[in-house]
Design a binder for this molecule. Structure first.
Ligand SMILES: [Zn+2]
Ligand SMILES: [Zn+2]
Length: 427
């Protein structure tokens, strides 16, 4: 840890005397110098989390390490929020808006040996979703911005969230009064991804597919087989993705021609049915369930209307009890205005190539419970590139050979420290 005091003093002079373009950018040189200085220590911290991973709801050691680090930086620290959630509060010298940065901290159950030398010592648990990297970046941003404290207007909240993998932690923190303990105007966060290191990628609107479960309930009258066949066919027939589409292979998400970064992506304008129907039967009722994915909410609404009408008009209308969604996954939705502003400021500071615009959304049941924070306050979620195709390090979340180019820690701390500084300056 270091404070880079010299930078702080000079900067304060800049804001007092007005800001030219050059001066505006000076602060980001300090960000980069400070990041460079702490980079090795952040890598060491990341590897420590990697060696001692903890699954959802058991992140005791991880949260203690985070608390120690934030306390040493001089931040006010709140612990035990929604389980092992930790929040560090950085108060700028002058009043202003409040920005929250979220990092998820939990690991996953996995019995496959690590592909890195600093392998997990906690049997059956591994960081194969990169949350060790997310945590190190969150701490790095807290460190860098603490060094700029005297020139900051407003507050920054560092939200270290447990239990992302079971999709419970964000909601648990909110239910435990997170937004009463802090009053943030905007929230940001990232996930490591197989984009090349040095880049980030995002888009306005939703970034992961909507996932709904449709549930059709019938009164049984001895015709179960035909009810099941009819309903499966009907539901499958209402999707707009052909069975032989490249859409069905998640490996294509990163394809330069048809993946999410190409305007002609196959991962947009879709309503897709996962064909593994679940059938439940009681003495008198038959329940048929299926999961639907769409990049947009509207087709899901239309689907339900059409399904109900078709069922009501069908020869099975007498059997029909209900057709409804019994589950809707909370989905990450990026605020349009903030996406534009943050992307532009990062591009301006780190170059046009630093941001990959996205056109499609991620399918294959992926998601992030960061979605719950965005239901409370506007925010943006970014993919951080962590792949190095020359060394073969590809951070594909949950894959057994998950590996990250640790340069991505530097990129993450630089880009998002700068982004938060720019947001605090904005009206
Ligand atoms: Zn995960
Ligand atoms: Zn994850």
């Amino acid at each position: 840890m270091s404070c880079f005091k010299k930078g702080v003093v000079v900067l304060f002079g800049f804001s007092a005397f007005g800001q030219s373009n050059l001066q505006e950018h000076e602060i980001h040189s300090y960000v980069q110098a400070q990041t460079e200085e702490i980079f090795d220590s952040l890598v060491a911290i990341r590897r420590d989390f990697h060696v001692y991973p903890e699954v959802s709801e058991q992140e005791k050691r991880t949260s203690e390490k985070i608390t120690e680090y934030l306390t040493a930086l001089g931040l006010e620290v709140k612990t035990g929020i929604g389980g092992y959630g930790v929040v560090g509060i950085l108060k700028g010298e002058r009043p202003g808006k409040s920005i929250a940065w979220r990092a998820d901290i939990d690991a996953m159950p996995s019995n496959i040996p690590d592909v890195v030398a600093f392998e997990s010592k906690n049997e059956g648990v591994r960081h194969i979703c990169g949350h060790d990297v997310h945590t190190a970046i969150g701490l790095g941003i807290a460190n860098v911005l603490s060094g700029q404290k005297d020139s900051l207007k407003g507050n920054v909240y560092f939200v270290f969230q447990p239990s992302e993998e079971n999709y419970k932690g964000a909601k648990a923190m909110i239910d435990d009064g997170l937004f009463q303990k802090i009053s943030a105007d905007e929230i940001y966060g990232l996930h490591i991804s197989p984009f090349p290191v040095g880049s980030i990628a995002t888009k306005a609107g939703n970034i992961y597919a909507h996932t709904n479960r449709v549930e059709v309930v019938y009164q049984k009258s001895g015709n179960e087989d035909s009810l099941i066949n009819y309903t499966k066919k009907l539901i499958s027939g209402l999707q707009n993705v052909p069975a032989d589409s490249e859409f069905w292979n998640p490996a294509n998400l990163g394809d330069p021609e048809i993946g999410i970064e190409n305007p002609n992506t196959v991962f947009k304008d879709f309503l897709a049915v996962k064909e593994n129907f679940e059938i439940d039967q009681t003495n008198d009722q038959l329940v048929i369930k299926a999961y639907l994915h769409s990049d947009d909410k509207k087709p899901l609404d239309t689907f339900l209307t059409v399904l109900r009408k078709t069922l009501t008009d069908s020869e099975y209308s007498e059997n029909l009890i209900s057709a409804d969604y019994s589950y809707e996954k909370a989905v990450v939705v990026n605020d349009k205005d903030l996406t534009e502003k943050t992307v532009n400021s990062i591009k301006e500071i780190y170059g046009e190539k630093s941001v990959i615009p996205l056109y499609g959304v991620v399918t294959a049941d992926r998601g992030d419970d960061f979605a719950y924070f965005q239901k409370e306050i506007p925010g943006v979620y970014f993919f951080l590139g962590g792949a190095n195709y020359e060394t073969g390090m590809i951070p594909m979340p949950h894959s057994p050979d998950f590996a990250v180019d640790e340069e991505s820690i530097k990129v993450g701390v630089n880009y998002f420290s700068s982004m938060i500084i720019e947001r605090l300056k904005a009206e």
